[in-house]
Write a protein that binds this ligand. Structure first.
Ligand code: NAD
Length: 253
């Protein structure tokens, strides 16, 4: 059911939150646009400017690796300046109140951790862009280390230990999904009584399967997004408004 207006949507969401004992939020890039990080698919979003570099291309091509790192460095002022918005803060309030055991996110921006979620309670389906990893041995690196090497040599560095390429700790198209995160997200979706999909176009699979899974396992499903999604028709409540406006009333003290 689509909320007729923002006020009735917020009221209905408030009732559902009060009635729920276990809430699992599932967030996409739309929750972070208020924080100044562009999403993928909106006008002006990242995809309208840059074609994503698939994983096999990153592995095979030094040029693709250099380009990928150039793009990441260009985004650094945006990521470094981003602070949690009203959506992040509202979810952190519900987490502190004991309603949310953990959050499932497609985002890579670290803003849920920054808003107050313990790192072990943020299930990152697509990894995290605030640090890097060797794709061979998995050794973690600070971005500053990568940048220094890039500036010294003019190209993307290899791992200091095994010499395989170093990549942001994100999951690219064509890269295997992280098994542990997929398992935890599945369990959370199966065992909640309210699942709230926030700011995701719900077109990136397999992540987009979790709202449907939660619904099939008996949870109520709420979708908050300013444009229609393909799963609106299975949702118990659709709030087609701005996320900050919708979740702002749930930010605690
Ligand atoms: P998407 O860009 O496909 O969809 C975002 C959705 O949020 C859109 O439908 C858009 O209309 C909506 N939206 C944007 N701002 C909104 C607002 N203020 N209020 C209400 N709705 C709003 O994002 P996705 O589904 O998360 O898929 C993109 C993939 O790209 C993700 O898997 C993620 O890994 C990655 N990504 C992450 C970030 C980030 O970490 N912040 C940013 C861009 C892309």
């Amino acid at each position: 059911m689509i909320a007729t207006d923002l006020r009735s949507g917020v009221e209905q969401l408030g009732d559902m939150i009060a009635e729920a004992s276990t809430i699992v939020p599932f967030t996409g890039a739309g929750i972070s646009t208020e924080s100044g990080i562009p999403d993928f698919r909106s006008p002006g979003g990242l995809w309208t400017r840059n074609r994503p570099i698939p994983f096999d291309e990153f592995v095979a091509s030094p040029d693709a690796r250099d380009e990928s790192w150039r793009r990441r460095f260009a985004m650094e002022p945006t990521f470094a300046a981003a602070r949690p918005g009203r959506g992040h803060r509202a979810l952190a309030s519900l987490y502190k109140a004991g309603k949310i055991p953990a959050i499932v996110t497609q985002n890579i921006d670290n803003l849920h951790q920054m808003s107050g979620f313990a790192a072990e309670h943020v299930v990152e389906l697509h990894g995290n862009t605030t640090y890097a990893r060797c794709i061979g041995c998995g050794l973690a690196y600070d971005l500053a280390w990568v940048r220094l090497r890039f500036e010294e040599t003019g190209g993307a560095p290899g791992c200091a230990s095994c010499h395989e390429p170093v990549k942001t700790a994100t999951i690219s198209f064509g890269q295997a999904m992280p098994e542990d995160a997929m398992r935890r997200a599945t369990e959370l979706a199966q065992h909640c009584d309210l699942f709230i999909a926030i700011g995701s176009s719900l077109v990136v699979w397999p992540a987009a399967g979790f709202p449907m899974l939660a619904k099939n396992c008996g949870a109520r499903l709420v979708i908050i997004n300013n444009e229609p999604t393909e799963q609106d028709d299975i949702a118990d409540l659709v709030i087609r408004h701005d996320i900050g406006e919708t979740l702002g009333p749930f930010v605690g003290n």
